[in-house]
Design a protein around this ligand. Sequence first.
Ligand code: IPD
Ligand code: CA
Ligand code: CA
Length: 258
Amino acid sequence: MQILINEMKHWMIEAGERLKTALAQEVLEIDTKSSRTDLVTNLDKQTQEFLVERILAFDETANILAEENGKHALESLDGRVYVIDPIDGTMNFVLEGENFCIMVGIYDDGQPVLGFIYNVMKEEFLWGGPSIGVYLNQDRVKIPTIPSLSAGLIGMNCVMYAKNVYHMQEIGHRSMGVRMSGCAGVELAHMALGRRVAYISNLSPWDYAAGGAILAALGMKMSNLNGESLNFKDREYFLAAPAAIYDEILEIALNPEK
Ligand code: IPD
Ligand code: CA
Ligand code: CA
């Protein structure tokens, strides 16, 4: 496992250097996918190819689930699956030049093994898994101690908040404040580091796979907003939080009058 960890970090840092260089020197080729605001660039595709090539050269049995280049579905989660989001926060990448991540989650038969979230411009590399714990760059991450929803900031999807899906406004109101970064990786890393009390969004598997392995290592929970396991197939409403706060949020989401 140590060789895999070292290699993955090395590949992702190299991919990040390529993104930094491209941001400084290249004119991006930007396309839309499902809507005007669903962007993809030549660098999303190139970064994914770079990582897929290296993973397959390292592990020829690897199954790949990834956002771009037609790799967005797998028949099953059997065996070792590498879930890749080559640029999480593409809108931020294009319009801010920061607040985006490269992410890889590794699962064996659907169980989390390792997660890697690299915030490229901040050079914050969060990695780990249930059998090894979690690290920020070289430093071990302690399990955050946030006592309740009312004590912390909550990361939330702006459309869900605006449309008050599952009583998001009440959930936000009971926290210390709502934050919307436009990048699932940034939010899930904030949670691991105790900067957020929870994260609620509408996500695809590559948005939550890496963070899910890291949060599992910290004893946190994630599911859809009915409390059911995420399916690693479709885009779904998503909740992640430490166990007690997870229960508190689900209670409001499903029974707001109580
Ligand atoms: C998106 C970001 C965003 C979340 C979207 C994702 P992408 O990922 O993580 O924060 O709200 O649902 O699709 O498309 O930039 O990789
Ligand atoms: Ca994403
Ligand atoms: Ca992406």
